[in-house]
Every structure is written in C-alpha cells, then in structure tokens.
Design a protein around this ligand. Structure first.
Ligand SMILES: [Cu+2]
Length: 341
C-alpha cells in the first residue's frame, strides 16, 4: 500500500528530526510525554515511543502505559535485571512477585546511577522521572525484553529541536501501523491446523499467544488462535505458546475466575504478592476432559524450565469455554465445540 510506504518514510524523517538538537538558548524545564506500550485488550505492542529522545538537564519525562498489558520503566544503571518471581523466604515452596519489580523504587530524579523502577503500570497509569545530569541513559521494561528505550540528556537550557506536538504526531502514526500489523497477524493465524492423531482421531493445534513484528517493534497477541474450534469426540487439542509471554489453558467448568497474584497485607510496606498456586500448578493434565471439573495446564512458559505445550483430549460432546488465568481480564479466552463422533 502506497499510503503505508509514505507513512513509514514520514516516520523515518521524523525520527531523524528527533536526533537533531540545535544550540542556543531554549525554554526552561520541559516535560515530555511518552508512551510505554499500547494496544487494546489482547493486543500488546511492546515498545517505548519515541524509542530515543534528547532532552536537557532539568527536563522531565512522563511515560504512560496505554494497554491492559502491564509494563515497567526501569533504569538498571548497569546492574543485572531483577527476577520477576522470587521464592518466599518464609515458605520456599511458594513464589512471590518480586517487590523490586512490582512496586516503584528510587526517587523522582535520575542522575545516571542507581536502580529506578516505575513498578507495574497498566491501563492509563503514568510514571515521571526528572533528569539532572548530562549523559546517555538506557532503560527497559523488566517484563518485556524487546522493550528498550534511551534518553540523551544535554546541558540545561539549550534549545530543543523536538516539540511535544511532533512527538505526538510520530506516536500516532506508529500506533496506526502497529494496529494494522496486529490485525494482519491475527488474520493469518485464524485457520485451524490439524494432523492425524492416534486411532483415527484428529490432533488439532491452537496457538496460545503469538508474536508479530511491526518494523522493529514486537506485538504480542494474548489470544488463543483460532479462538473457536469445532472438533469430534476423542480428538486432541495441542496448545502451544508461540511467544515470550506466560499463559495458562484453564477450563473453569463453572468455577469463578482466579487471580494469578494474591495480595497478602504486611504489617509494613507494600503487600506480599503471592503467585496463586492453583493457577501455577497443573490440574487434571493427562486426563481426558469431559466438561466436568477444573482442568488447568498450570503456568506455561513462565521461566525457562516451564513447558510451552499442553494437550487435552475431549471425551464428551459439548461446548467448552476456557481462558488464560493471567490474561483473562484482557479477553484471552476460547471455545472448543466437541461434536459426537
Ligand atoms: Cu495468557
């Protein structure tokens, strides 16, 4: 499409424009608004926009997350990335969400050193940080390895070549391209895939989350694809995670949705974040599913040791809905219709 090419060219020229910084006296301290991840519902566009920016000492950056997918804005200052989950010191069997990741750490001004973290941001939450020291700084989202950004801080008070209006225009254009690419990726993955299984039954494949590229940006689709599948009694469905995010395949059979993270109030400080064992641990895996009772894959793709694949054989005709416990609030759910053989 021609308009798309034009959009990409315009985007490139804007990016080049952002790299320019003219000398001379400029305005006093400014605040720049950036976006840390966007996308509606199941679509999670993993990027900081603009990915690199030049500001002056004294300026502030405010990142806003525009998705249901959570993100962090984290300056490691050369240190190792902290783990997202840690064993509970009081109960090593239990996994906790690392408070260093989930809650804000650091002050309001970054001077080029130390660990600064926004904590979990989602919906329309924001994080602001002022910069008071010249230098080139990198930051990441702890949850999404492809999300990296950089900021160059120049001397206070010099002229800036980029205006918020230009940044907004660039971000709008990028978001439009990302949305188009997300739609294309979904459409390309909706057709059911099947193979001959044992005993003449069919083995179907459902993707539990896929990744698409939009330029250099990674888009995660927190979706079961296809989300609706019609099979026959005795058929098996193999669910496979196709990207970096963790998921569950959970047939709730009328049970209430589960929270993945349980909050335990502490006498001091933030609550203890306990990863719900009922969500983490497989239930009834290996047994055929007949529509009765809770069937859960457990956490797939949560850490390098975790499985990425789970399969389930359907023994009785019926219509069965399932969800991902981690992303149910974003709409990650599917239906299997099992017909009589
Ligand atoms: Cu999920």
């Amino acid at each position: 499409m021609v308009w798309k090419k034009i959009a990409r060219l315009a985007l490139l020229s804007l990016l080049l424009g952002l790299a320019l910084l003219s000398c001379g006296k400029g305005p006093g301290p400014l605040t720049f608004s950036l976006i840390a991840g966007h996308g509606e519902q199941t679509v999670a566009v993993e990027d900081f926009m603009p990915q690199s920016i030049t500001i002056r000492a004294g300026d502030t950056m405010t990142w806003t997350v525009k998705s249901e997918e959570p993100h962090t804005v984290t300056f490691l200052s050369g240190a190792e990335k902290p783990p997202e989950a840690i064993p509970d010191p009081e109960n090593p069997q239990q996994l906790l969400g690392n408070p260093q990741v989930f809650f804000p750490v650091g002050g309001k001004t970054y001077s080029g050193s130390g660990y600064f973290n926004s904590g979990f941001l989602l919906g329309a939450q924001s994080y602001s940080l002022a910069f008071d020291k010249e230098g080139d700084y990198e930051y990441i989202c702890i949850l999404h390895p492809s999300m990296k950004g950089s900021v160059t801080v120049k001397k206070a008070g010099v002229r800036v070549a980029v205006s918020q209006a230009e940044i907004d225009k660039q971000m709008e254009m990028e978001m439009m391209l990302h949305e188009e690419d997300a739609k294309k990726a979904r459409a390309a993955n909706l057709a059911p895939q099947k193979a001959l299984g044992p005993g003449g039954a069919t083995e179907w494949k459902v993707k539990a989350g896929i990744e698409a590229k939009s330029g250099h940006t990674v888009i995660d689709l927190m979706e079961f694809l296809p989300d609706k599948l019609t099979i026959k009694e005795g058929d098996t469905v193999v669910f496979e995670v196709m990207h970096g995010a963790p998921h569950t395949v959970s047939f709730m059979a009328g049970e209430k949705p589960l929270d993945f993270m349980l909050q335990e109030p502490q006498p001091q400080g933030p609550p203890k974040l306990v990863m719900n064992p009922k969500a983490l641990i497989p239930a009834a895996v290996g047994r055929p599913y007949d529509g009765a009772g809770f069937w859960n894959s457990g956490a797939l793709n949560l850490g390098p040791q975790a499985p990425k694949v789970v399969s389930v054989t359907f023994s009785r005709a019926g219509t069965y809905t399932y969800l991902c416990i981690l992303h149910a609030n974003q709409g990650m759910e599917g239906t299997i219709v099992v017909e009589k053989r």
